[in-house]
Write a protein that binds this ligand. Sequence first.
Ligand code: CA
Length: 223
Amino acid sequence: MKVLLVEDEKRISDFVVKGLKEQGFAVDLANDGNDGYYLATTQSYDAIILDIMLPGRDGLSILKSLRAKGNNVPVIVTTARGELDERLEGLNLGADDYLTKPFFIDELVARLQALHRRSTGSQLSMRQVEDLVLNLSMHEVKRGDREIELTSREFNLLEYLMRSPGRVYTRTQILEHVWGYDFDPNTNIVDVCLQRLRKKVEEEGEGKLIETVRGVGYRIKKV
Ligand code: CA
């Protein structure tokens, strides 16, 4: 997927560009509204991630012009916390989705994939390891017939591990993918969340699926 990111805050754009590239996206970056509009109208993208408050030209005006020209590229509007009115205005102007900043890269990827599936009409996305099934589009996790209630953080963590069973993910990788740019790398938040996830995923009598690789990180058992 080729996406355009229109974002003026360097800290966020660095993080998003890096995160999306790591997950196989091709990303063009525009740092202001004029560049963003120029790229959006001269290049072809699978999706645009559009900030609202931008130097040059604001995101909503870009969106409005694109739609007025009949350009139906999927657009995810990003807003700062609390800008609810602008968010609603964005949807009225033809945004396909919105995300409140700060957001997690995995959340953005899930939204991009959902938009892509919608526009290409492809299959629902599932991940499975033994009897553990994670349904990305329904945001649902089951172990056999048992439904597992997860917080969105736990869901993203499990989804990340399940992408590649057998592969070891370091704490830093997990922190970066699931928590994002705002967290101290020395925190033990990954281990704490993993313990909670483990309790929910591995009830008594069920096989162990999440493995700790001492001194390195974690992985989902390869079947
Ligand atoms: Ca901004």
